[in-house]
Design a protein around this ligand. Structure first.
Ligand code: ZN
Length: 371
């Protein structure tokens, strides 16, 4: 990966109004001549959003200060990358069951002040605006600061998990993304990705001097040479490798919990197309030759900065040779064998928020387990 600091043209304004409940196209297509249903590729858990990013407002003078003073503003709180939320993820429940615990500025003024917070370890960014022009902000505390901020009702002790008020708690987006509604999923994905970028880019990649946030959190500017640095997104391919017998190849990566099997994935390298990356990663990790590659969908994976681009990849060979470095085990599964392995606990599937889960369930033809 390159350091990711070159100034680049301003991207076009991005809006996301496609997330109306029930408004998405139902995904349907064919895989090896078989109709596939059950996965709506336009509504992947972290590809949903309803709040307008309103990128044109980011350069407004004092946008953050004015939003911090406006009673209609809503603030998403993060601590150490975790989100303040309410509710529980109910396994098997297809309806949103977790909601962001958004606060109004006045609920935060007593403890964070009426002026925009500017203490070290506290970052405020502009996420977008609602239909009446109301602003959405994210206020992120780094780990140490989050533990010491005495938010009203927040015990001033322990780690970030102990900071939540009664009924709310700090949650990890990758665990609950699928359980948020479209509105909250979009806000959360943007907030987690953007604040993670700030945290990891405190210095200029050109000269090493400190950088400071600008444009309401969507740029960092070098304090020495004035260069602007933009949030980065690293494309990664993720692929359901399927053979002529419609078996699915799943692998176990060295970094994963025991028994976790998932689709293969890897970062796109400089000079490489997405399709080439699919073929290279599969060859490197399991030694299988790939023919046709067909695109399915994409979603952000801001842990910290990935964009997952999903494919179905047709295997031309079936002999598996794991690399032993990234992937330590890989197997071909029939649908019946995977269902049995999941039911028995022999295989743990990837989390519901992930693209991998969507790829697996599309191949399977329906939902699979509740893990
Ligand atoms: Zn610099």
């Amino acid at each position: 990966m390159t350091a990711g600091s070159d100034p680049r043209p301003r991207p076009p304004a991005q809006t996301a109004r496609h997330g109306r409940a029930g408004g998405g196209r139902r995904g349907a297509g064919t895989a090896r001549g078989r109709t596939v249903t059950g996965v709506d590729w336009s509504r992947l858990p972290l590809a949903r959003a309803t709040v307008d990013r309103a990128a044109h407002r980011r350069t407004e003078p004092d946008l953050l200060s004015r939003a911090w003073a406006a009673p209609t503003t809503r603030v998403l709180l993060l601590s150490g990358g975790r989100l303040l939320a309410r509710g529980e993820d109910v396994p098997g429940n297809p309806r949103p069951s977790v909601a962001l615990d958004l606060r109004s500025p006045e609920q935060l003024h007593d403890v964070l002040g009426h002026a925009l917070p500017s203490a070290p370890g506290v970052l405020v960014v502009f996420l977008g605006e609602g239909p009446q022009g109301e602003a959405y902000l994210a206020c992120a505390f780094d780990d140490a600061r989050g533990a010491s901020v005495g938010l009203e009702g927040f015990p001033d002790a322990g780690g970030p998990v102990d900071l939540a008020v009664e009924g709310s708690r700090w949650v990890v987006l990758r665990d609950v993304g699928h359980a948020l509604d479209d509105h909250d999923a979009g806000l959360a994905a943007a907030a987690v990705g953007l604040t993670a970028w700030h945290e990891r880019h405190p210095r200029c990649a050109r000269c090493g001097a400190p950088t400071v946030p600008a444009q309401a959190g969507w740029v960092r500017t070098c304090t020495a040479d004035g260069s602007d640095h933009y949030p980065r997104t690293d494309p990664a391919v993720i692929m359901a490798v399927v053979d002529d017998a419609e078996r699915l190849l799943l692998g176990h990566a060295v970094a994963w919990p025991e028994r976790r099997f998932s689709t293969l994935a890897g970062y796109v390298e400089p000079g490489e197309s997405l399709e080439s990356a699919v073929r290279r990663e599969v060859a490197e990790e399991v030694g299988v030759v790939i023919g046709d590659v067909s695109y399915r969908g994409s979603q952000t994976w801001p842990f910290p900065a990935s964009l997952m681009v999903a494919y179905v990849a047709q295997a031309l060979s079936t002999e598996i040779t794991v690399d032993g470095v990234e992937v330590t085990d890989a197997r071909w599964f029939t649908r019946a064998a995977l269902a049995e392995a999941v039911a028995s606990g022999e295989v743990l599937l990837p989390m519901r928020t992930s693209v991998a889960r969507a790829l697996i369930e599309e191949w399977f033809g329906g939902t699979l387990g509740d893990a």
